[in-house]
Design a protein around this ligand. Structure first.
Ligand SMILES: Nc1nc2c(ncn2[C@@H]2O[C@H](COP(=O)(O)OP(=O)(O)OP(=O)(O)O)[C@@H](O)[C@H]2O)c(=O)[nH]1
Ligand SMILES: Nc1nc2c(ncn2[C@@H]2O[C@H](COP(=O)(O)OP(=O)(O)OP(=O)(O)O)[C@@H](O)[C@H]2O)c(=O)[nH]1
Ligand SMILES: [Mg+2]
Ligand SMILES: [Mg+2]
Lengths: 291, 289
C-alpha cells in the first residue's frame, strides 16, 4: 500500500517537526507511482502533485502522526477535495427533466439508464426511458426488455427515425403524459467521430436536458481525459457516472475526468443488476485510487 | 521526439511520458526505457532518431516474445499447411463487460463464412438483456447459424446443445459467445470454467482457441483481466477491440511480457469488416504517431 511504501521513505527522518522539501519530494515520487498505476492521467498527476507539494512543504507534523502519515493525510484530503464537491444528485428542475446519457461504446449507458429510472421511481418520480440508440443490433430490444422487467415505460420509434427526432418526440410525449423525468439512452460513440458527436449536439438542442451525464468505465486508462474533454466541449456535461466499480480497477479515470471537466461525480455502477447504482462517496474512491 | 537532435536527459522523461500516456504502464515503461538507455550507452547512440529506433525495436521484441504464430485470420481457408482442427474448430470468446465480445464474434464469423466455411455461433450469454437477440441479428447478417436457448438458461446447456448440433451436421467452425463478467467475480469465473469443461468433454482438444477480448481504452486493469482469465480458462489469444479510438492499447506490452499471450486480432470499428490480423510493426508505429 502507499502508506507502507512511504514508511520506507521517511525512515531516515529523525523525530517530527516540519516537512522539508527534499522529504516531501521523495514521498511524492511514491505517490506519483501509485497514481499512475491507478490510471490517473499523466498531466493530471503532475498538476495534482504540485498542489499537494505546495500544501505539504513547511507543514508541521502533528505529534500523533509520522511524517509519512502526514503526507498521506494531505494527499488523501486533496484527493477527496478534488473528487468530491458539486451537486451530487440529479437536479429535477424541468417538467419533465430530461437526463441525457452519453459515452463511449460499451461503458454501461443502457444498463445505467434502467438503473437510474428504477432509483428515481423509488424516489417518487415518474420516469420515461427513451430508446435513442438506433445503431447497435438489438439495442432497442435491450432497453425494452429492461423496461419490461422493471415495469417502466420505454419510448421507442424503432431504428428508422433519427435519434434527435425520437428524443424530441419523447420529451413532448412526456410533457403530455405528465412524466417527471425522461432518460435518453444514446448510442455509444467515439469522441473523435464528428458526425456522431454532431448528432449528440442535435439531441441536446432539441431536448434542452437538465442533466447530460457522461457514463464512463472505471477501468478506462489515460485517454479518459481526452474523451471527457471532447464530450464536454461538444455537448456540455453536467455530471459523471462511473460504472463497473464492482471490479478491481483502481478508477483513476474518475480523478482525471473530474480534474479536467470539473463535473461532479453523481453515481457509481456497482453491478449488472438494476439496483446496482449507488451515490458517489469521494472518501472511498480516494483510498481505492491511492491503493 | 520528432526532432533529429542530440540525446539529452529530457529525452528519457519524454519517452517515459509517451509510453505512460499510451497505457503501457509504469513498470513496463521503466523496463523499456532502461533497456534502451543501456543500449544507447553501449552502442553510443547519440541522436534522438537512433534512440526512437532502439525503443521501437525493444517494443517489438517484447511483443514477439509472446507466442506469435500466424494469426488464424490469415488462414481461414483450410489448407495442407493450416488444416482446421477436426471434427470441429471451437473458439471460446471471453472477457469483462462491454469490451466488444459479441461484435468481435460477428466479425470472426464473417471471415469464416466468406471463406466458405459452415460457421455456427452459440448464444451462451443467457443473462444480459437482449444478448441473444443481438447475436441473432449478427448471425443473420453474416450467414452464421445461431444456437440459442431462452434467457436464463444454463450457459453450459447452450454450449452442449451447440456442440452436439455442430457435430451432427458436420459444421466446421463454432464460436461461443459468453456473458461479460468481471474477473473478480468468483462464481462467474467458475461458470466459465464449467463451460470450458463441457467443451473439452464433447470435442477432444477443444476449445482450440480461447480469445480474450480487451477494450483498447482500458488502463492497467487489462493485465489483471488477462491474468485472471488465463488462470481460469487458459487464454490463447487476445482480440484488442476499439483500437479506432484514440487509446493506443499499450497494456498489450505488459500482457506479452508477463503472460506471453499474443494479440491475434484488432477491432477497428463497429461494422462487421472492422477487423484485422494483429500487425506488431504497425501497432508499434501507431503508438509513436
Ligand atoms: N459488473 C458491472 N457490469 C456493468 C455495470 N454497468 C454496466 N455493466 C455491464 O456492462 C455491459 C455493457 O453495458 P451496456 O449498458 O450495454 O453498455 P452501453 O454503454 O449501453 O453500450 P453501447 O450502447 O454499446 O455503447 C453489460 O454487460 C452490462 O451488464 C456495472 O456497474 N458493473
Ligand atoms: N468503435 C468501436 N466500437 C466497438 C468495437 N467493437 C465493439 N464495439 C462496440 O462496443 C459496444 C459493445 O460491444 P458488444 O459486442 O456488445 O460487447 P460485449 O463484450 O459483447 O458486451 P457484453 O456482452 O455486454 O459484456 C457496441 O456498441 C459495439 O458496437 C470496435 O472495434 N470499435
Ligand atoms: Mg447501449
Ligand atoms: Mg455480448
Amino acid at each position: 500500500s502507499l502508506s507502507e511504501r512511504l514508511q520506507g521513505v521517511f525512515q531516515k527522518l529523525r523525530g517530527k517537526g516540519v516537512l522539508r522539501e527534499a522529504d516531501v519530494d521523495e514521498a511524492l515520487r511514491e505517490v506519483r507511482l501509485a497514481l499512475l498505476e491507478a490510471d490517473v492521467n499523466f498531466k493530471v498527476v503532475r498538476d495534482f502533485l504540485l498542489r499537494v507539494r505546495a500544501r505539504a512543504v513547511g507543514t508541521e507534523v502533528l505529534s500523533s502522526l509520522t511524517p509519512a502519515q502526514a503526507v498521506v493525510k494531505i494527499v488523501n484530503e486533496e484527493l477527496i477535495a478534488t473528487l468530491g464537491g458539486g451537486l451530487s444528485k440529479i437536479s429535477l428542475s424541468g417538467s419533465p427533466t430530461v437526463v441525457m446519457l452519453v459515452g463511449l461504446q460499451g461503458s454501461g449507458k443502457t444498463t445505467t439508464a434502467a438503473k437510474l429510472a428504477w432509483q428515481l421511481r423509488k424516489a417518487g418520480q415518474r420516469p420515461l426511458l427513451v430508446a435513442a440508440d438506433v445503431r447497435r443490433p438489438a439495442a432497442i430490444q435491450q432497453l425494452l426488455t429492461l423496461g419490461k422487467q422493471l415495469d417502466i415505460p420505454v419510448y421507442s420509434e424503432g431504428s428508422q427515425v433519427p435519434p434527435p427526432q425520437i428524443c424530441a418526440n419523447a420529451a413532448k410525449r412526456a410533457r403530455e403524459m405528465a412524466y417527471s423525468v425522461v432518460i435518453l439512452d444514446t448510442a455509444g460513440r467515439l469522441h473523435v467521430d464528428d458526425e456522431m458527436m454532431a448528432e449528440l449536439e442535435r439531441v441536446r438542442a432539441r431536448t434542452s436536458p437538465g442533466e447530460v451525464l457522461l457514463v464512463a468505465d472505471a477501468m478506462t486508462g489515460q485517454e479518459a481525459v481526452r474523451v471527457a474533454e471532447e464530450f464536454h466541449r461538444r455537448v456540455g456535461l453536467t455530471g459523471l457516472i462511473l460504472t463497473k466499480v464492482d471490479g478491481d480497477a483502481r478508477g483513476g479515470a474518475a480523478l482525471s475526468i473530474r480534474a479536467v471537466t470539473g463535473v461532479p461525480i453523481k453515481y457509481i455502477g456497482v453491478g449488472e443488476k438494476t439496483d446496482a447504482l449507488e451515490p458517489f462517496h469521494p472518501e472511498r474512491l480516494a483510498s481505492r485510487i491511492l491503493g | 521526439l520528432t526532432g533529429t537532435g542530440q540525446v539529452t536527459d529530457g529525452l528519457w522523461s519524454e519517452l517515459e511520458r509517451l509510453l505512460i500516456q499510451a497505457d503501457v504502464g509504469v513498470s513496463t515503461t521503466v523496463e523499456l526505457v532502461e533497456k534502451v538507455r543501456a543500449r544507447a550507452a553501449r552502442e553510443k547512440i547519440r541522436d534522438t532518431a537512433g534512440v526512437k529506433q532502439a525503443l521501437q525495436e525493444a517494443m517489438l521484441e517484447l511483443l514477439q516474445g509472446a507466442a506469435i504464430s500466424p494469426s488464424p485470420i490469415l488462414y481461414p481457408v483450410p489448407s495442407a499447411s493450416h488444416p482446421l482442427p477436426a471434427p470441429l474448430y471451437v473458439i471460446l470468446v471471453v472477457g469483462v463487460n462491454g469490451v466488444g465480445k459479441t461484435t468481435s464474434i460477428a466479425k470472426l464469423a464473417n471471415i469464416y463464412r466468406r471463406a466458405g466455411l459452415d460457421t455456427v455461433v452459440a448464444a451462451a450469454d443467457t443473462f444480459r438483456a437482449a444478448a441473444i437477440e443481438q447475436l441473432q441479428v449478427w448471425g443473420q447478417r453474416v450467414g452464421a447459424t445461431v444456437i440459442a436457448h431462452q434467457p436464463g438458461a444454463d450457459p453450459g446447456a447452450v454450449v452442449f446443445d451447440a456442440l452436439q448440433s455442430c457435430l451432427a451436421r458436420k459444421a466446421q467452425v463454432l464460436i461461443i459467445d459468453t456473458a461479460g463478467r468481471l474477473h473478480t467475480k468468483y462464481s462467474l469465473m467458475e461458470e466459465l470454467k464449467k463451460v470450458k469443461r463441457v467443451i473439452a468433454k464433447q470435442v477432444p482438444g477443444a476449445p482450440h482457441e480461447v480469445i480474450l477480448v480487451i477494450d483498447a481504452t482500458t488502463g492497467q486493469n487489462a493485465l489483471a483481466q488477462a491474468r485472471q482469465f488465463t488462470q481460469a480458462v487458459e487464454v490463447s489469444g487476445i482480440f484488442l477491440a476499439k483500437l479506432d479510438g484514440t487509446a493506443r492499447g499499450g497494456m498489450a506490452f505488459a500482457i506479452a511480457r508477463e503472460l506471453g499471450i499474443p494479440i491475434r486480432y484488432v477491432g477497428t470499428g463497429e461494422a462487421v469488416d472492422d477487423v484485422a490480423g494483429f500487425d506488431p510493426q504497425e501497432f508499434v508505429r501507431a503508438l509513436f504517431a
